[in-house]
Design a protein around this ligand. Structure first.
Ligand SMILES: [Zn+2]
Length: 215
């Protein structure tokens, strides 16, 4: 499936593009598309006043872009909660179906879904679910790669991205778990995290998209 403009806006938001500049390289790896398609889409988004582009630095969302992305993210994450809580999806399986559903969800349906789910505050990946007409502002958090050995952390949010989620299921790491960082390998090698029951090695690439709270 070729990502459309909404996918770009959502990814830029997920990467923190409401507050800082996101470079093309991050978008290329987040959407698994070519650098040329990213530049082409960024040009379109700039023309529509949805993002602002600063040469050599990257893009950030305009107010209009943030509003649009927030409303999509709200619908997407409400469906994710529904699929996990009521249809027994696993957190790595929800993305594709939530993606389709968000585009056919009216504000009325989103409103009723939200009532039915009793106003969830977070999606299964730890992302914030904004209220109606509220903008998404993810809490600013450090990444797992930002902390030294010995730090105790809680997994607070991970990027809603299929490959990453499949990987986390494989290595048995879930949201809200608490770990101590016991080893950080040199040259962007794996990061070892441990609970009393298990010790897990997380690749540097994955660790750089896992957001944690220090505890
Ligand atoms: Zn999510």
């Amino acid at each position: 499936m070729t990502p459309n403009r909404e996918d770009y806006l959502k990814l830029i938001l997920e990467l923190g593009g409401d507050q800082s500049k996101i470079n093309n390289k991050q978008i290329v790896s987040g959407l698994d598309v070519s650098a040329a398609s990213v530049s082409e889409m960024i040009n379109k988004l700039v023309k529509e006043n949805l993002v602002e582009h600063t040469p050599y630095q990257g893009v950030h969302l305009t107010d209009k872009g943030l509003e649009k992305a927030s409303s999509l993210v709200r619908r997407h994450r409400l469906w994710e909660v529904f699929l996990v809580e009521h249809l027994k999806y696993s957190w790595n399986e929800v993305h594709d179906d939530a993606e389709v559903l968000e585009h056919v969800t009216s504000e009325t349906l989103a409103h009723h879904l939200n009532e039915y789910l009793e106003h969830p505050k977070h999606c299964p990946h730890g992302g914030m679910i904004p209220k109606e007409n509220q903008l998404v502002h993810e809490k600013k958090r450090e990444k797992l790669t930002d902390y030294p050995v010995g730090t105790k952390v809680r997994i607070a949010r991970v990027l809603d991205e299929r490959e990453l989620l499949d990987y986390l299921v494989d290595i048995n790491v879930s949201i809200n778990e608490e770990y101590t960082i016991t080893d950080v390998a040199a040259y962007e090698g794996p990061i070892t995290i441990q609970t009393q029951a298990k010790s897990v090695q997380v690749s540097y690439k994955a660790a750089s998209t896992i957001f944690v709270d220090k505890i």
